[in-house]
Structure formats: structure tokens, C-alpha cells
Design a protein around this ligand. Structure first.
Ligand code: ATP
Ligand code: MG
Length: 509
């Protein structure tokens, strides 16, 4: 370090960062200090300005006001490259990997030290092996990224940042997409990084994450920093209050009327992985009108495949699924199912659910293109779509400039609310909901959970897939547990205990 270094200065200091988008002030005079090896949690509701602040720090956007210094020296980042060169690496809320390239090629992208003629990846390969070893992040350098699960893709993103010698690692809602096991592994990795002197800024909506690994926490609310304290000087209530200015109570699931006839019936279902291994053998289950069937289990045990089968997107290896008594395979297309009231909140909302450059209203049309309300003899009713979108914005409290705002200008959580609003609107009879509250703030989670219970009470059948056992527990009437190449259940939620479900998830009978 040069003589300009001030020995007392923190590793990183943000001072007075202000960033506006049009009339909206996303960051309002925010200051933040981070010391070497410190793990700082950043909390706040959907749209509070967390990603914006970290995008400023990682050079992706330029602040309108304010400055950044590293070890006491002023720095400015015109691009992410500058930030990377200064040792700041960010793993974004929505991954930025190229799916058709291999892990090692993705890591090599943007690496200036790389020799291109002839292309030599061996240096990067060695570095990758070293960092993944150091922090215990397992990645296969030659796997094609598009084929990896979300947890694995995240490990690639982190490994990429570490390969570029990050001193400050920013993780934007890393656990939103992880299984509890993967989260535990990630936290282990974060702890060893911090012990080795890397500072970490962790954005999360989960207080368990914050209390699990952070030593300090800052809370943003409507673009302002409203709390900044060492973890042992605050508690859950104080953090919730700082985030939402209120308390939030979880909804509970007392039903008002008994379930009706089955909507979806699954008989003798067998599902295999692409490589031929058995995922589910001989599953029999039905979901009735006015019932929530919760599917618990570690992700990757066939939940997604089951959802795809019911949505008509994948053919089972054996067995039969029917919708309203009609077999899905042979007679029904995904479009017909949609017309019959089937809605699908997919787990990868960003990959399959939205068009980021298009306005919210066009994104709404995307899901209702054959609905006569929006499509009269092939004339798209854009005005009706705008009205419907405006009402979703209102009902779901989507923080957006209006129905014309491009989807991509919304914060991550608000994009999700818009997709949820679209799927839960108009003519719904059966809902496949994969991780419907992932990435949402606590107030919105409670709202969505209440919506699901209301739909149930209105006679909608719901297949709820979630890796959050508490969510399954709170909402489901019957529970199915996927684990270790098998499905346990269905069992009634009333006669089963939480530890039993946990044991089945781990594959014990
Ligand atoms: N490129 C952009 N153009 C216009 N508005 C934007 C843009 N990026 C962010 N915003 C707005 O700035 C505000 C803060 O967004 P930001 O993404 O920082 O929220 P967040 O705290 O990360 O929320 P979440 O938990 O939902 O991810 C939101 O109202 C968002 O709509
Ligand atoms: Mg965000």
C-alpha cells in the first residue's frame, strides 16, 4: 500500500451515495463502512434500494452523488471492470453466466490476463482449483453452465469472483435460490473467506441468514439507511420494525369449507432423470378443489419434473396424470390446460416468466394471450391489459412507475410480484406454485401466503412446491415429501409432525 493509506481507515467506505431513476430516488444519501474480514448484512423490503447500492459499488451504475474510498483512498468506477480491478466482486441476484459455455470458459470471460492466441485456460483452471479448494466450493470446470442447477451456478459465480482476487465480495440474495443444505455450505464458505480477510456484503430477506453469519447489519428503507448496528446490539424485532415500520404476522391456515372433487389425479407415476436414474417410482396422489398439497423436499428430487408433467410440459416415463378426469397426455396441450384454468408459477421466473425490456402490460399479455378479455378475434386488447396491470400493481403493491414501466426496471422482488399477480388473475382453477415466496420480503411473503389460502378457500386446487418447510407446514392440507429417489405420503398435515417430515426429507423412513 502507498503512503496515502490511512491506517485507521476502514477497508471500504461509501459516503453519501445518492442515485435517482427519473423521479424515483433509489438511494438517498447512504453511507456504509466495511472493515477487512467483516460480514455485513444488508436488509430491506423489495425495492428498498439494496441492489442499486451494490450496483454502484460494483461499477455497474454510476451514482448521482457521493463517493467511495478503499483503505482511505478515493476511487471511482466507470465500469464493473474497474471495480473488479480494485478487488470488488459481485454475485448478482439474477446470474450473469452464459449458459452455453462451460464453467471454465465463463470464468475466463472478462479476464484480462488471459492469453487468447493460443487460448490458454490452464492458469484459470489452476486458480479455480485453488479457490474452490480453499473455501470448499465444489465446481466441475468442464460442465456446461446451462445444465447446472441453480445452486451450482451460484457456486460458479462465486468462484469466478474469487478467481479475480476479490477483497470485497457482494452477494445479492444468495440464499433465495438455495436449499437449506446449499445455504449451509455457502455459509461455511463465507466464514472461511472472512477468516482469510475477505469482506462480504450479504443482501438477504432472511433474518436467519443475517444472524447466522453477519457481524453487522444495515437496513435500508425507501432508499434511506435507517439502521446500522453490530449484530449483538440489535434483535429480530428491531430489524423487522426497521424494515417495514410495523410488525408482520404470519397467516394461518384454518379452512372454511371441506375440499371438493379431485382436479388433478396422478396414477402410478414414474419419472426418470435425463441420465436414466429413477427420480420417482410409483407415485399416486390427487389434488382436490379447495386443497393445498404441499411438496416438501430438497430441490432436485423430482419436484420440478412433477410440476412439468402436470403442466403438460413433460411426458412421464410411466403412469398417468389427468386434469378434470381427462388424461393430460394424448389429449391436452399446455395451452388447453391453461384455458382450463391451470396456472404455473415456475421456479425460474427470470428465465421463463418475463420479458425484461417490455412494459409490465405486455408481460401481462404474455400470460393471457388467448384470454378473450385481452384477445378479441386476434386483436390484442392492450388497453384491457393496461387496466389489468394497473390493478395488479395496486393489489400486489408492485413498486413500479406504472403499467408502461419496463419489467427490467423493477427490483427483483417487485418483478416477482408482477409475475405472481399475472398468474393468479383471471379464471384460475388449479395452481402449480414453485417456491412462490422466494426472494420476497417478509411483508410480501405474508401477503402471498394469504392469497394462496384465499384461493384455496375459493375452491382452487394448489400444488405448492417449496423448500421452506415452515411454509409447507403452515399452508398445506396434505403433504408429500420427496427425498432420496422416493416420495413419502401423501400424509395429512394434521396427523404428521414437523420432525417426521424433516426425517423423510433426509431419506429416512
Ligand atoms: N434501471 C432502473 N430503472 C428504473 N428504476 C430502477 C432501476 N433499477 C432499480 N430501479 C428502482 O429503484 C428502486 C430500488 O430497486 P432495487 O433493485 O435497488 O431494490 P432492492 O432493495 O434490491 O429490492 P429487491 O429485494 O426486490 O431485490 C426500485 O423502486 C426499482 O424499481
Ligand atoms: Mg435486489
Amino acid at each position: 500500500m502507498g503512503p496515502a493509506r490511512d491506517a485507521g481507515a476502514p477497508l471500504l467506505e461509501l459516503r453519501g451515495i445518492t442515485k435517482c431513476f427519473g423521479r424515483l430516488t433509489a438511494n438517498d444519501d447512504i453511507s456504509l463502512r466495511v472493515s477487512r474480514g467483516e460480514v455485513v448484512g444488508l436488509l430491506g423490503e423489495n425495492g428498498a434500494g439494496k441492489s442499486t447500492l451494490m450496483n454502484v459499488l460494483s461499477g455497474l451504475i454510476q451514482p448521482d452523488q457521493g463517493d467511495i474510498s478503499l483503505t482511505g483512498k478515493a476511487v471511482s468506477f466507470a465500469s464493473p471492470r474497474d471495480a473488479v480491478a480494485a478487488g470488488i466482486g459481485m454475485v448478482h441476484q439474477h446470474f450473469m453466466l452464459v449458459p452455453t459455455l462451460s464453467v471454465i470458459e465463463n470464468i475466463a470471460l472478462g479476464d484480462r490476463s488471459l492469453r487468447l492466441f493460443p487460448l490458454d485456460l490452464s492458469g484459470i483452471r489452476d486458480r479455480l482449483a485453488k479457490v474452490s479448494n480453499q473455501v470448499g466450493l465444489e465446481v466441475d470446470p468442464d460442465a456446461t453452465v446451462g445444465r447446472l442447477g441453480i445452486g451450482e451456478q451460484q457456486r460458479v459465480e462465486i468462484a469466478r469472483v474469487l478467481c479475480h482476487d476479490a477483497r470485497i465480495l457482494i452477494l445479492d440474495e444468495p440464499t433465495a435460490v438455495l436449499t437449506p443444505e446449499e445455504s449451509t455450505q455457502l455459509f461455511e464458505a463465507v466464514r472461511s473467506m472472512a477468516a482469510a480477510g475477505t469482506s462480504v456484503i450479504l443482501i438477504s430477506h432472511k433474518l436467519d441468514d443475517i444472524f447466522g453469519i453477519c457481524s453487522r447489519v444495515a437496513v435500508l428503507r425507501q432508499g434511506r439507511k435507517v439502521l446500522d448496528a453490530p449484530l449483538d446490539e440489535t434483535d429480530r424485532d428491531a430489524l423487522v420494525h426497521a424494515m417495514v415500520g410495523d410488525t408482520v404476522s404470519a397467516p394461518h391456515g384454518e379452512r372454511v369449507s371441506p375440499p371438493g372433487p379431485p382436479i388433478v389425479t396422478v396414477k402410478d407415476l414414474r419419472l426418470k432423470r435425463d441420465n436414466g436414474a429413477t427420480l420417482i417410482d410409483d407415485l399416486n396422489v390427487e389434488v382436490r378443489a379447495g386443497e393445498i398439497l404441499g411438496v416438501a423436499g430438497i430441490e432436485g428430487n423430482g419436484q420440478r419434473e412433477l410440476a412439468e408433467c402436470i403442466a403438460g410440459l413433460r411426458r412421464p416415463d410411466a403412469g398417468e396424470i389427468s386434469y378434470d378426469g381427462e388424461p393430460i397426455y394424448g389429449s391436452m396441450t399446455p395451452r388447453r390446460l391453461r384455458q382450463m384454468g391451470l396456472r404455473h408459477i415456475t421456479e425460474d421466473r427470470h428465465g421463463t416468466g418475463i420479458l425484461p425490456d417490455q412494459p409490465l402490460s405486455e408481460n401481462h399479455l404474455l400470460g393471457h394471450i388467448r384470454n378473450p378479455r385481452f384477445n378479441r378475434r386476434s386483436w390484442l386488447q392492450r388497453h384491457a391489459a393496461k387496466e389489468a396491470t394497473a390493478s395488479i400493481i395496486d393489489q400486489y403493491d408492485v413498486r413500479a412507475a406504472g403499467a408502461d414501466a419496463p419489467m427490467g426496471s423493477l427490483s427483483g422482488g417487485n418483478q416477482q410480484k408482477a409475475v405472481l399477480g399475472r398468474e393468479l388473475a383471471d379464471g384460475i382453477r388449479f395452481l402449480i406454485a414453485a417456491h412462490p415466496t422466494r426472494g420476497l420480503d417478509i411483508r410480501t411473503i405474508a401477503f402471498i401466503q394469504r392469497q394462496l389460502l384465499e384461493l384455496r378457500d375459493a375452491g382452487v386446487g394448489i400444488l405448492l412446491i417449496s423448500s421452506d418447510l415452515n411454509e409447507i407446514w403452515r399452508l398445506s392440507d396434505t403433504i408429500l415429501v420427496f427425498g432420496g429417489g422416493n416420495a413419502f405420503g401423501p400424509v395429512s398435515a394434521e396427523t404428521t409432525s414437523l420432525p417426521e417430515v424433516g426425517a423423510w426429507m433426509a431419506g429416512h423412513q
